[in-house]
Design a protein around this ligand. Structure first.
Ligand code: HEM
Length: 539
């Protein structure tokens, strides 16, 4: 009953390739021949009913061979995750910012699939480790699929995508012994963090309670990168997207996280599944921060820098929509494991910016999915849009769609599959003015790596600060290399001398010297853990 009619469409679409184990059909091979036994391999048997097995047995071979190939590569990052279906609706039109109906049409219900994940651990790792959480949303809109591939922390470790292999290699288990699984408590990670100062703001968030959430249902989600919205008048705004849970933001404390990782490694997965199975549907408000194109350079940080937040006292978040998750997956592998998100999936009215992290992401997801799932992954029911798809992309391993007709190119004499006009809803790129030289560089504002790390620290309550201190003490205490430990504690003095001194004291290290002065600037929204509660609900 909770499913709207449009979600019903998505279900019908998914049912297309569905087998049902409840209807008691007889066992068959993959090519449809009924099988008389699932117990005995074909053999040459002697009087005592023993004897060699025959490789000839196609039924037995099919079973074994299918089993042998059940595994596909896990995601190179975010391998462990859980997901659910749901719906999204705006309660306030954002037509001043965009003409995309998904954000303007208050009567429209858009089906969604959301996948939450950890970043570092492998597919079988524990849920409650200290880590960033992925928060990826696929909107199945009438104009095509739109993905917001976000995290539960609003900033990132790097400013330019070229660095992604380095940051991930550094945080993953060390190459010689694959230790430690899913933790930041090791030399390589902190070595990288010291040498790569643009990570400073992000590692403060990663050492905070945000990195040990109580539940997926109690996490914020952030698109992190700067996107753009274009309205019907052709005006462009830079935007950031935010999800805020109606249950409020809640975290575990470290002792709970440690114990749960041992006692119940599926803690978050079960929590989400059970809530939805029991009809306690989690909901998030959807918010947008918007900066008019003309104001791009009016801030003391670069608004295209993914290591910076847009403090809400400067750029307020406007909550305009709501998402509810209300249906568990039917089968984990075909839906949660095979869903393919990509930041480059956008729809008319939504655009990219020149954020140098975003541009690299736009390339990376599709590329990795080719090796994870194969070139035809967009044909899988979970990845298919609900609107028609028509083009001359063809062939490739495991092609499924049959495109009838005698031509497969444009232009053609039958006028088959012509490009759409703007009026017909074609995606038209914003005519952005660009002049420049070809070079490898970022604007000077990208070089400030410490102000917002201090802003974050200063915005924390006393309890939150204590938890951050304890997290640093735990993580740095696991680095056996004294150089790594000593330099990192000194780096903390660039954020706050008291933070650095207390961490050094807790782990018996040398007292650090004064680093950068901390001018005590705070930001209102950063320590906010409850939803403001003022936005109307669509439930
Ligand atoms: C996967 C978020 C930066 C490459 C993911 C997933 C999320 C995510 C949520 C999991 C998607 C799922 O559930 O299937 C982010 C955020 C970033 C970021 C918020 C920073 C703003 C990057 C960068 C790159 C990258 C810079 C590469 C240049 C990947 C890859 C995957 C992935 C290769 C695996 C995708 C798959 O196998 O389907 N990311 N990511 N990410 N991300 Fe990112």
């Amino acid at each position: 009953a909770a499913l709207g009619s449009r979600e019903g469409d998505k279900l019908k679409d998914l049912a297309h390739d569905t087998k049902d184990t409840t209807n008691k059909d007889r066992l068959t091979t993959d090519y449809g021949v009924k099988q008389g036994t699932a117990d005995d391999w074909l053999k040459v048997v002697s009087k005592d009913k023993t004897g060699p097995m025959l490789l000839e047995d196609p039924f037995a071979r099919e079973r074994i061979m299918r089993f042998d190939h059940e595994r596909i590569p896990e995601r190179v990052v975010h391998a462990r995750g859980s997901g659910a279906f749901g719906k999204f609706r705006v309660f306030e039109s954002a037509e001043d910012l965009t003409f995309a109906p998904v954000l303007t049409d208050t009567s429209r219900e858009t089906p969604v699939f959301v996948r939450f994940s950890t970043v570092v651990g492998s597919r079988g790792s524990a849920d409650t480790v200290r880590d960033v959480r992925g928060f990826a949303v696929k909107f199945y809109t009438d104009e095509g699929n739109w993905d917001i591939v976000g995290n539960n922390i609003p900033v990132f470790f790097i400013q330019d995508a070229i660095k992604f292999p380095d940051v991930i290699h550094a945080v993953k288990p060390e190459p010689h012994n694959e230790v430690p699984q899913a933790q930041t408590a090791h030399n390589n990670f902190w070595d990288f963090e010291f040498n790569h100062t643009e990570s400073t703001h992000m590692f403060m968030w990663a050492m905070s309670d945000r990195a040990i959430p109580r539940s997926f249902r109690m996490m914020q989600g952030f698109g992190v990168n700067t996107f753009t919205l274009i309205n019907a008048k052709g005006e462009r705004h830079f935007v950031k997207f935010t999800w805020t849970p109606e249950l409020g933001v809640h975290s575990l404390v470290w002792d709970e996280a440690l114990k749960l990782a041992g006692q119940d490694p599926d803690f978050h997965r079960k929590d989400l599944w059970e809530a939805i199975a029991n009809g306690v549907y989690p909901k998030w408000k959807f918010g947008i921060q918007a900066i008019p194109e003309a104001d791009e350079h009016k801030f003391d940080f670069d608004i295209l820098d993914a290591t910076k937040v847009w403090p809400e006292d400067l750029v307020p978040t406007r909550y305009i929509g709501e998402m509810e998750l209300n249906r568990n997956p039917d089968e984990f592998f075909t839906q949660v494991e095979q869903i393919a998100f990509c930041t480059s999936h956008i729809v008319p009215g939504i655009g990219f910016s020149d954020d140098p992290l975003l541009q690299g992401r736009n390339f990376s997801y599709f590329d990795t999915q080719i090796s994870r799932l194969g070139i035809n992954f967009q044909e899988l029911p979970i990845n298919r849009p609900i609107c028609p798809v028509m083009n001359f992309n063809r062939d490739g391993a495991l092609r499924h769609t049959i495109t009838r007709g005698t031509v497969n190119y444009w232009p053609n004499r039958f006028e088959v599959c012509p490009p759409a006009s703007k009026e017909e809803g074609a995606y038209v790129e914003y005519a952005q003015k660009i002049a420049g030289i070809k070079a490898r560089m970022r604007s000077d504002k990208f070089k400030d790596h410490f102000s917002q790390a201090q802003l974050f620290w200063n915005s924390m309550s006393a309890v939150e600060k204590r938890h951050i201190i304890n997290a640093f003490a735990f993580e740095l205490d696991h680095c056996e290399d004294p150089v790594v430990f000593g330099r990192m504690v000194q780096r903390l003095a660039d954020i706050d001398l008291n933070l650095a001194e207390t961490v050094a004291e807790l782990v018996g290290g040398e007292a650090p010297k004064q680093g950068r002065p901390n001018h005590g600037r705070r930001a209102r929204a950063l320590s906010q853990t409850e939803f403001p509660g003022s936005a109307p609900t669509i439930a």
